[in-house]
Design a binder for this molecule. Sequence first.
Ligand code: PGA
Ligand code: ZN
Length: 423
Amino acid sequence: MARIVDVAARLVWDSRGRSTVEAEVAVKGARGRAIAPAGASTGSGEAKSIDTRQAVHAVNTEIRSFLLGKKLEQSLVDQSLIALDGTPDKSRLGGNAIVAVSLATAHATAAAARKPLWRFLAGKRQVAMPVPQIQIFGGGAHAHGSMDLQDFMIICVGAGSFAESLEWTAQVYRAAGARLAARGALRGVADEGGFWPAFKANEEALAELTGAIADAGFEPGADVGIALDVAATQLWRDGRYQLALENRSLSASQLHALLLQWIERYPIVSIEDPFAEHDAEAMASFTRTAGERIQIVGDDFLVTNASKVREAKTIGACNAVLLKPNQAGTLTETLACWQAAQAAGYNAIVSARSGETEDVSIVHLAVGWGVPQLKVGSFARSERMAKWNEGLRIEEALAGTKLPYPARKLFGRTITAASAPSR
Ligand code: PGA
Ligand code: ZN
């Protein structure tokens, strides 16, 4: 097995104009490179990023000397990084330094094997394209709280391919923009490229999005469903969920009732972080009530942590997990979380962060690991489009030879009690 001959990092800039870490890992004849993303609505259990300059310095000094001469093997490198850091939250060397090196290691390993990363990760397994969750309206911490909920997304449940999902999304995205412009309610785009609307209530976004799906010529629910990220940890203040836009505050059970009402009224197929990260009881109660009908995703609640997924399973909280490599800190831990999800019968979604770059590694992880869904933000801004376009290239390479596109299996005819996601 090849030995590592170089490890280096530099400071680069992300989609919010903030500095971040780019790392490179090399063996003789092959090199890998990756950039750390950054979240704005972070869970408290995430790997901690440190100041970019310090993180770059850590890679160029301590991490470099520790890894030089070691075998280029993902789990070995990741275990070394975890041990060298020595903290439970990676706050000494920095989650940003560690995830960049971990991802660069994956790229170097695939390059040494002369394979695209997705194909290297898939090995002999048959893989299919993931189903995208694509943001149409952005709010919460990504739009200065213009709406309380963070992501209003679509899932093209009736589409027959990744490419078709993107075509349908382009039409819905444009239809949504046209509706907002016609109402004078278009302020611009939020951090992940979704429209930043001037609405008076959160529910308006649901009504407008359902309208946009219909305007684009699709049947809401049957062709295109709605996915929400409430990012409810951000709403939690003084023991209640604050809907600042509507000037009201809700108890967990009131929020539970409101979400159920929305599920009745709108073609919602998935809700992420419906309650705050500490509110396991509310999460379990909501899953008991709605988990047979919709996908309930833990992001801040599960922070890409395999043990948290196993705990969630024992109390029946959520039926899906978001996989963000920089929440876990290394690829090995991210993969362990995906394996825990599979063992628990949970769905999974590989996800970008709100601060992103041209780095497209996560698309390769989703395909290569066989994760059935992918969330990378909206359908604008090149840090998002780079990932959707990479998906198109991979789908072309897969054409006709692998498993069918899983949208209908996952969400076909919308999720009903009779066709719930396996739990
Ligand atoms: P973040 O948002 O990257 O700001 O955490 C993404 C998400 O909540 O899914
Ligand atoms: Zn989230």
